[in-house]
Write a protein that binds this ligand. Sequence first.
Ligand code: S3P
Length: 447
Amino acid sequence: MTIQLQPVGDRQDLQITSPANGWSLQGRLRIPGDKSISHRALMLGAIARGETLIHGLLLGEDPRSTAACFRALGAEISELNTDTVRVRGIGLGQLQEPLDVLNAGNSGTTLRLMLGLLAAQPQAFFTVTGDASLRSRPMSRVADPLRQMGAQIWGRQGGALAPLAVQGQRLHGIHYHSPIASAQVKSCLLLAGLMAAGETTVTEPARSRDHSERMLQAFGAPLTVDPEACRVTVTGQAATLRGQTVIVPGDISSAAFWLVAAAILPGSDLTIENVGVNPTRTGVLEALARMGADIQRQNERLVTGEPVADLRVRASTLRGSTIGGDLIPRLIDEVPILAVAAAFATGQTTIRDAAELRVKESDRLTAIATELRRLGAQVTELPDGLEIQGGATLTGTDVDSYQDHRLAMSLAIAALRARGKTTIHGAEVAAISYPDFFTRLQRVVTA
Ligand code: S3P
């Protein structure tokens, strides 16, 4: 009965050997800061005037990429820590031309949001790239509407893939009807719109996370939101952003691993403290409630404009459900861990309308289906989702992270209820969004 990390070259294997009578999760747990809010706090801090203080920043690899890029663009950002990060902003339209390529690492949010700011920065030239995963992810979804605003962006495969080159321009506002519900697309265009002539409006087919809107308003941007119409408008060249204090809540996408773990491990009773429960992110709570999970919200409050709560979860018998439609953008990053929950539920779970998962850090539909099947689960891949027959007995074996942080952590949770020993290859990738996930896991489980 062990949970151990083994170095393998510059990678790590996680080995989990489950006890005969199973694990359970007990006690209280604090999770790292929200990744989306951490990126935005660094970026808005960098383009605001004055000082921004960030408390509770996520110290994962992705926000580190954002900080490195914005330092190269001229912002002063103190050493990253969870306590207080100080950002001395340079002001809107003041980004400096960097001496070298900007590297967003594994982070789609860094690259896509930053692109909106670079495209709108006149008289400066930028090159941007990322790791192998990011260089294979679609950039046309942001580059094309930016070009409609007057941007000059070039890249591989007709300007669709990074590395990208950007010659900053004076942009003009557009009304963009996005074909996908994507906070990265919406946020990129709003950031570009801050400096564009006239109004920039983005309408989405369903609501994606609204952290940008909340934080832009808090920094003083002239922004109007029509939630019913899934529409947001920013007026360009109209205001100065002012540095703020941002208290970053815990990331519900990181809490999701513990929610599912405690729900499926008999005898568990776990409270996760300080979780961001912005309604555009709580699809996972609704999906798990439909599956019969026992999750209570406690101590609900508002912290620098974002709703926060503690979540108490107790083990229960889960049942299969159907997850699709407008719920998908509200749980987009939680599909792999929901697939794990479904594997331990009674009956069938069907996930639809989730084709976006194919262009995340990995093709998450293929990745989770393949690896859960290796463990003995019955999973069928659909073009836009998954069909999971719950209730099969899972047996430990060798599985792979696909160099995707959410895959590594989802498989670790599945392994807690698999018989015998599971080895997750490439488990170190969890540090993208949850640097001490495995240490926490060792501490919180009891046999
Ligand atoms: C994010 C938006 C989502 C999400 C990603 C973070 C953000 O991506 O999957 O992890 O911070 O804006 P899409 O906008 O591509 O759906």
